[in-house]
Design a protein around this ligand. Sequence first.
Ligand SMILES: [Fe+2]
Length: 293
Amino acid sequence: MSYRFSVGNGGSLASSLNLFRRVTNSLKLSATLHKIRQLFHFAPWRSAPIYAIQKLRPPLDSLDKSRESVLGDIDAELIAEEIRQDSVAILGQLPADFVSRLRKITDQLPPEEYQLVHQVNDDVRHLTQDPGIKKVLRAYLKSEPVLLEASLFVSRSGQSPREHKQNSFHFDYAGWASLNLFVYLTDVDEESSYHIVAKGSHRDIKIADVLKGSISLAEADTRFGGAIKNITGPAGTVFFENTEAFHRRHFGSGRRVMLNLLFSSHRSLLSRGRASRKKIARRDREFQKLDAL
Ligand SMILES: [Fe+2]
């Protein structure tokens, strides 16, 4: 009996170890594949697919001529040029009525990342289709933009017990060319978890950066120094940022809500975004609760 027990235990230990090894190996494999994909993405030949997409999917400017934008009268070419130079362009604030309507919902959401929120909120959906925003995207990408993600990040009011990957300088990418539109939906000051970007850094991604994935604050300081910009501002502050710029979230306190719309020059098999069934179900539950109020 005791023999059988010990064999059974050993067997289950062995199978657990096996499972652990398989998981570790598959994680290593997926990390390696991720690095290979990144190296391919940031290689010098990238200008060829970017150019091809611009030819295959030219901007459809004529579609939006008659509608007004929440951004008011803007010079899209000038903003696009600013993003090319600085990685970021802060546009100011969205109209107060738009912000307060959206905040009636977002002020009540518990801390979480809510994905594809344009599917459950009309204001966010309108923002994703806004002619002024599209104009900037078209001027920058020189192709017809595609929305890949529309996420609301609601952080806790107290300081998070540990630092997050978002607290160290890193870059993201989506498709061959992409832009984020960020909107603060709470007032964000020096105490808050404000967004930080290294201006112009999307033009300075090195192979070592791709292999490391993130860089230390000291390295960022040496490389980018005065180009590092803390972005604070009242609720409604809106800014565009190149997805590939080095950025991070300040390790601050206070509840912060930020909308992140991610647009790309195209959609590919690899542009799945981060939406998960579990998170979408959670999003639906929370938004339904608020609709019922
Ligand atoms: Fe990021």
